[in-house]
Design a protein around this ligand. Structure first.
Ligand SMILES: [Zn+2]
Length: 307
């Protein structure tokens, strides 16, 4: 990534309880800056198995990176991050809209939906198909916006999430898929989210669960331990954080994701050369494009703003 100046790492506190009092070392850093490239800060890349020093807050049940790159550094890195996963983004958007089908029926109306970390805006397209108006996405990386469909790209605001860009109580639905792991201050994002929601409006997020079976059996080889992830949640920490930010009717539960087989192969712990070869082969024989549901240790959190 930034080859001219070294990446500065700053100490952090637990982003939920704002202290380090109950924190202990979980995973030592194996981060080497020379090995990062422009794809290090893109979603659904081939994992590099590089991670920052991870601490466990035993009070919140949250894993968080400390020390970690500054917010400015991350903004710079994400802006330049690569994107080559349009097919997978499309697949994920269908999974998410399917998971939300019951939740969508409980919204105050279909006017105003915001997707934070929208990538190429595939999910915005799903919302439009469901009859939503005033659909907006936010995306810090330029590459996915450039590969967005023609009618979707005008709906995407480039850059980091700035709540001042939007009116309070203007959205019925706010979503953020696989994004809260990446932000420096997730509570700040959620406080803004609750302000922007209409009374009765719903926030939905999908994230990794570090307590999941798949994360535990893969240990430090799990792709969830990645330099991009500044924190990793469990059912407990996700619930606790949403409660702390003032949400009601909080539900957090494990979900299944459906992706093409070649995506799952990317996530397997095997040597990179072998991985690239087998993904190539699977695409050649078309097997790689099979849509395969898999329990990958993700969880969905859904909560409501009451008034
Ligand atoms: Zn904590």
């Amino acid at each position: 990534m930034c080859h001219n100046n070294t990446m500065k790492l700053l100490p952090r506190l637990c982003p939920i309880c704002d202290s380090s009092e109950h924190s202990k070392l979980f995973l030592e850093s194996n981060f080497e800056e020379e090995k990062t490239d422009s794809f290090s800060f893109s979603s659904r890349k081939i994992p590099e198995l590089m991670h920052l020093r991870m601490l466990l807050c035993q009070s919140c049940d949250l894993l968080y990176a400390s020390p970690a790159p500054s917010a400015e550094m991350l903004e710079f890195a994400y802006k330049r991050a690569g994107f080559d996963s349009g097919e997978e983004a499309d697949c994920a958007s269908y999974t998410y809209i399917h998971l939300l089908s019951e939740i969508l029926k409980s919204l105050p109306d279909k006017d105003g939906a915001l997707d934070i970390g929208t990538g190429d805006g595939a999910f915005l397209e799903r919302l439009l198909e469901r009859g939503f108006n005033n659909v907006i996405g936010i995306e810090p990386s330029e590459a996915p916006i450039n590969s967005a469909k023609k009618h979707i790209s005008p709906l995407i605001v480039p850059g980091s999430f700035n709540p001042d860009d939007f009116a309070d109580r203007s959205f019925s639905l706010i979503t953020s898929f696989q994004t809260l792991e990446h932000v420096e201050n997730p509570k700040e994002v959620l406080s803004a989210v609750i302000r922007l929601l209409k009374p009765g409006g719903v926030f939905v997020t999908v994230s990794h669960n570090f307590r999941s079976y798949s994360a535990r059996i893969m240990g430090s080889k799990s792709p969830i331990y990645d330099i991009e992830h500044l924190q990793l949640f469990s059912l407990t920490s996700m619930t606790g954080m949403l409660k702390k930010c003032g949400f009601s009717e909080i539900k957090v539960y494990p979900v299944t994701n459906t992706y093409p087989l070649h995506y799952w192969m990317k996530m397997l712990p095997m040597p990179l050369s072998l991985k690239k070869a087998s993904i190539g082969l699977s695409k050649k024989v078309k097997l790689g494009y099979l849509k395969v549901p898999f329990f990958a240790g993700n969880m969905l959190a859904c909560c409501r703003k009451l008034d």
